[in-house]
Design a protein. Sequence first.
Length: 326
Amino acid sequence: MPNNMQFSRIIATGSALPEKVVTNHDLEEILDTSDTWIRERTGICERRVAPADQTTCDLAEEACRQVFERSGVDPKSVDLLIVGTTTPDLVFPSTACLLQHRLGMEECGAFDVNAACSGFIYALSVADQFIRSGAVRRALVVGAETLTRMIDWNDRGTAVLFGDGAGVVLLEASDEAGVLSTHIHANGGHANLLCADVGVSRGFKNEPGGGLKVLMSGNEVFRVAVRTLGRIVDETLAANSMDKSEIDWLIPHQANLRIIQATAKKLDMPMERVIVTVHKHGNTSSASVPLALDEAVSSNRVKRGENLLLEAFGGGFTWGAALIRY
Ligand code: UT7
């Protein structure tokens, strides 16, 4: 139980997407692929792609401004800003620092978390610890990505999967139940199955873009993801002595509809209780869970007092879950 029954509660959510829609049919023009293959194997129909002059921080800023507008909260009253991202604007300063300045926030702690597609769950977990301990009262937690910047548009195994976007939640300390528990894990032993194998310290390659691109053994990642997400769901329910029937909504990472369906099946949840955005967003990495959460809240499907199970799996491997009383 948290100190003095102090919980972090979600005060407001927000999101932002680039305007440009790229459909499966658009990809048929440039790749040896088909709309049928992409829809049947992934559930994706279209994704958003940011233009060169729209960055991860731009998308994050738009989503955060929406949160402040919706909540009426003054950015200066926020004590902590964490951005989950694998595609920061710069090597440094962090995207969180750039964002803090743009939003006119005071000198609160601001940092990025890189946990690939689990970045938002990791960031949420860190923010929740700060609020539970009483160290901060309000925290802004962002998942924002421009992953299409590091896609090899000649590789049909990855190019059809990813999209850009940002999602955010504003958390506040409360006596009322909110985030019930968070769980984060990693296993670096599988690093080579999903990675971008260049960087500042290891160096870049003598090829366009320095060789910066997503490399993925999709089939192997798929099998580990299904198995691991099954385990994290069990762990989360057990930690709260909760039965799967008590979960009102599953809000999963949006990588592949078949992975989402496998987790829903494990929970005996009908797909009507699962928030699915993968068909229109593709895989937006760190942004995928908060984008889905914002859509669920904005469409009035998720109601106050309901139990939400958020989960994600990504490169590293990293994975995590959060159980939230909304
Ligand atoms: O967010 C981080 C975590 N990431 C994930 O969770 C992604 C996990 N992986 C996946 O979602 C799936 O593995 C993919 C969607 C990436 C691939 O689906 P799959 O059912 O595992 O296909 P596969 O890789 O086993 O490939 C089956 C066939 C192959 O052809 P052959 O060898 O059977 O002739 C591929 O070359 O499909 C082919 N293929 C494609 N065909 C048309 C692969 N990509 C494409 C494509 N269009 N885009």
